[in-house]
Ligand binder design. Sequence first.
Ligand code: PEP
Ligand code: MG
Length: 892
Amino acid sequence: MTKWVYGFGDGSAEGRADMKNLLGGKGTGLAEMNHLGLPVPPGFTISTEACGYFYAHERSYPAELREQVECALAGIERSLGARFGDPDNPLLVSVRSGARVSMPGMMDTVLNLGLNDRVVEGLARKSGDERFAYDSYRRFIQMYGQVVLGIENHFEELIENHKLDSGVLLDTDLSADDWRILVAGFKDLVAEELGRPFPEDPQEQLWGAIGAVFGSWMNPRAVTYRRLHDIPADWGTAVNVQAMVFGNMGPDCATGVAFTRNPSTGANEFYGEYLVNAQGEDVVAGIRTPQHLTIAGKQANKSVLPAMEEVMPEILAELHAVRQTLEDHYRDMQDIEFTVQRGRLWMLQTRSGKRTAQAALKIAVSLVEEGLLTREQAVRRIDPASLDQLLHPTLDPKAKTAILARGLPASPGAASGEIVFTAEEAESRASRGEAVILVRIETSPEDIHGMHAARGILTTRGGMTSHAAVVARGMGRPCVAGAGDLRVDYAARTITARNIAVKAGEVITIDGSTGEVMLGAVPTIQPELSGDFATLMGWTDTIRRMKVRANAETAADARMARRFGAEGIGLSRTEHMFFQADRIGAMRRVIMAEDETGRRAGLAQLLPMQRDDFAEIFRIMKGFPVTIRLLDPPLHEFLPKTPDEFVEMARLTGKDVDAVRHRALVLHEVNPMLGHRGCRLGITYPEIYEMQAAAIFEAAVLVTKETGGMVAPEIMVPLVATRKEFDILKAIIVRVGKEVMERAGIKVAYLLGTMIELPRAALRAGEIAESAEFFSFGTNDLTQTVFGLSRDDATSFAGAYQRLGIFEHDPFVTLDVDGVGELVRLAAERGRAARPGLKLGICGEHGGDPASVGFCQTVGLDYVSCSPFRVPIARLAAAQAALAGQGRDATV
Ligand code: PEP
Ligand code: MG
């Protein structure tokens, strides 16, 4: 018989930490806390496999489930000496989702389940607090009504109207009788909307809630969240049913959330918020302003409300002990939820806490220093893609700023952009390449697509654990949360503070590291890559096998690449050296020339520029290899297009405008990406590659003289399909090299190789390797040609392909291992069979994508090359790939 239900309570549990796939994050956390002897209300977890069954069988349950749930429920009853549905001694439960990975706020929760008209009386008697009982009942009807019965939330309106009628301002001023009246009103509302009464039978309530939690796995916001976070739909969610404990039974009750370390900075300090006399959801909902756990936290956040350390010192001491137990056990920062019921602490959740990249680094490095982790484990802990957050610019401290308001520093990094007020607007404007800041009173899970699209997020309500803060940190978006001085007027599309009104479309800057909101765009500076970042990066360098180089062609990019730790240049696209306004003319002259004489005239202009550029890159790279790729200009990128460009071209060449226009027409190609580009240009116009080879060798000779030999050029021929092409060009390059070196009386060692970016080249890699000394996989063109998919146009339907599951990922971002990868593997094998030790690298965009870097390791590439900003990401990904290759990737 399949086991679908796993019980826990009283210090024992059927689940364990390594059963996350089956029991979800919340379920394993609850089980594990029982094993650790922490106080956890008893309960049970229905497995994710039951969710799988539910969707595979038209939303029905396996036959054994009902009996297993009944049995587990009886276990809770025994543990507490209470009974589900018994008015004299009622047991109430919570029903919550819990997927393998946390999806904050995406799925549904029902609290206080088991209440009905009779049970509520029992709860009132048992608790001695009628008001509490009816407040709990109305919360239950409200949550159940929305989550399970799908009724729109008009409940709050009923409360507001009742308050107006009774002349009170706050919910807390409502009496037991008020809540009793409201409960009746809520039930009427449900009956009216539903056409049948609110379910009184606790069993019916329970199964309704279980179905709603499973059902919420497929709600649109959960689907969007999964798409953004690459979470497969077939993982499913577990359901956790747990005895209720109440944080809202009076002033000796509380509820809170905490991180065992600071989730923003990673500092080793207990960081949390709580509310006295409140129920769990009140903290995250941002309805009341939360208080801090510690006095230090209260002071750091300039709160005037008392800290738990002041109000309930003995509970805080207990929480400190829990914190220590959990950190020692998990060897990681935990995100916990707790409730205090009448002076007694109960733990409701523990999970690995979401954190900023900066905090992740600090925590990993600190845990190594504290002896809780090895360096390898620490390296495995960091998500390579998250490093991107650290590489974001920060505000220039010297810049003048006009501060409009202050909020909480919820997610670091600075961002400027035009104000938008809705997620939809953020998404549509961002898709047009515009920088926007999404401003909301508070965000909700429906907003995540807009949060993702925006450069930054600003909210006026909510704390560090509010939805906006948690989600922004996870996404790496700068976020200022809870800027309470700002007033948002959605109708007028303005934000106002200190009598200054800023309209939609005007630019503001937010600093998610300080919480400041500023008028206008503020200049930024590049990040400092020292401290924990440097420490961890140093560890990655001792672990990884593959080298990491950068794709760069300007001196500035090359310098940046070195700062980020690049060990050479893997691709210098020489045609990109001619994009600047003062150079493109000479380049166009070469391309547009009708004969060799005309081309040579343009080339003569280009040669000194190229030589100087190459020399500068050699100097910066100080002996690290520099792969210079000979010209590969897709013609459409370089031909003049506008009337002004035709006139300028005519002036440069001394021809009339019509002749220039005619020449451009002759050169026009229908498929320029498959056209007269790459080595095809070198074959038909050898003088172009001759000039480039001369420039490379002259620069190498020059810098060899300056430095005594710190130069390692690697000359690369693009878009080769046949060995013959390579051999023809090789003869020219070798000849030019000889001439330059003989003239200079200096020998420079160099390598001569090719890109593998066409399927034919990959297939014929064996014979090409007999002639070429290295391969660099140009997976941009290889993806284009293997799929027969235009690099420039695929975006128009790639999104739809991803949604339909035809593409798991965009193949231009993450290497298609099955197709393109197979050709890479085959070419590597055939190449190395022909030339043992053949140097292999990758220089397509995939060289900076962590998953693709992992693949490169398995194929045995010597290096990956990517844009300078991605170099740290690739260094870390390469280290993780090396650990995985050694079988040392077990989770810790
Ligand atoms: C490639 O095709 O992968 C490559 C690196 O070259 P480019 O992007 O310049 O075509
Ligand atoms: Mg290419």
